[in-house]
Design a protein around this ligand. Structure first.
Ligand code: PEP
Ligand code: MN
Length: 339
């Protein structure tokens, strides 16, 4: 086991930690330096004695790696990258809270304008909308494709909203040159070739968590992008599949706090795809704020009943206004400012 200590922490905290290791586990540990990082290495046998969760409760601990993870984290992986990602004029992360709003799918020019105008008036800076849709059934609406991207970019030009849209296949990448944030959807989280290619550009990437992926697998997918040189990765927790059927997915709210603990990447939460039900979107968004998320992504539609995808979980325009008003006090209480 390797315990990576935070940079710049006071030596007295490290002393306290070493004392705890000695008193609780009888381990006399030494701090070593590698790649400019302070580390404590434990043998396999020593590791068996320690409780990883207890280690994380110490402020000087940045990350704990189990033996089988160490190879994946050698050298370069000790690097932790930006804590913020610049998108247009905005900064995602740190003390800002961003809201991304918009329809599941871009359906028409009229639909997109109705939604874009309203979310902009509500103070939102980021418009989402799927042009290429990864649908479970091949018979469901697959998105407007290239036309959808053109509609989004037109709205961007006229409103100044930053646009977020999903890349489902690398063959479409050229169409995304003016898109502000490229979304990698849950189904593509482990499309390693796609991640590798996205590592070669400098565009912000919104990396959604795979439907059945562990936090470790998710972070490894982020590493595919980061290790290629693209440091602009934003994680998105969107719920995972569990045995619960009431909700579409189960929002893993603990993942938000865990990511905040073990990674420096910004993380936003998508309560819409987690819940699958519109009334649950606001409480989950509030929970996301409380857990330390850097933002939320919410589906909004001018007429959810007629939406071509995900109408059940989409807020209508009035509901979205209420949503914005209702989460603001929570954001301020968490010492963040709305972007
Ligand atoms: C989406 O955001 O439109 C989407 C398809 O989400 P996910 O990849 O999380 O299912
Ligand atoms: Mn959707």
């Amino acid at each position: 086991m390797l315990i990576v200590l935070k940079q710049g922490v006071d030596g007295s905290y490290i002393e306290q930690f070493l004392n705890m290791m000695r008193l609780n586990y009888g381990l006399k540990c030494e701090v070593i330096e590698r790649s400019n990082k302070k580390l404590i290495a434990l043998s396999e046998k020593e590791s068996e004695k320690v409780d990883m969760n207890l280690l994380y409760s110490f402020d000087c601990v940045n990350y704990v790696m189990k033996s089988d993870e160490i190879d994946e984290f050698d050298g370069e992986k000790f690097r932790r990258c930006n804590t913020t990602v610049n998108v247009g004029d905005y900064i995602i992360g740190k003390d800002r809270f961003c809201v991304v709003g918009g329809p599941c799918s871009v359906e028409s020019e009229e639909q997109l304008w109705l939604i874009a105008d309203r979310i902009k008036s509500a103070g939102v800076k980021f418009l989402r909308g799927g042009a290429f849709k990864p649908r479970t059934s091949p018979y469901s609406f697959q998105g407007l494709g290239k036309k959808g991207i053109e509609l989004l970019l037109n709205v961007k030009r006229k409103t100044g909203l930053c646009v977020v849209t999903e890349l489902v296949d690398l063959k479409y990448l050229d169409l995304f040159s003016d898109v502000d944030i490229i979304q990698v959807g849950a189904r593509n989280m482990q499309n390693f070739e796609m991640l590798r290619q996205l590592g070669k550009c400098d565009k912000p990437i919104l990396l959604k968590r795979g439907i059945s992926s562990t936090i470790h697998e998710w972070l490894m997918s982020a590493e595919y992008i980061l290790s290629g040189g693209n440091k602009n990765v934003i994680l998105c927790e969107r719920g995972i599949r569990t045995y619960e059927t009431f909700t579409r997915n189960t929002l893993d709210i603990s993942a938000v706090s865990i990511i905040k603990k073990i990674s420096d990447l910004p993380i936003i939460v998508d309560p819409s795809h987690a819940a699958g039900i519109k009334w649950l979107v606001e409480p989950l968004a509030k929970a996301a704020v409380a857990a330390g998320a850097d933002g939320v992504m919410v589906e909004v539609h001018n007429c959810p009943a007629k939406a071509l995808s995900d109408g059940k979980q989409s807020l209508n325009l009035d509901e979205f206004d209420d949503f914005m008003n209702n989460i603001k006090p929570f954001v301020h209480a968490s010492n963040k400012n709305m972007l």
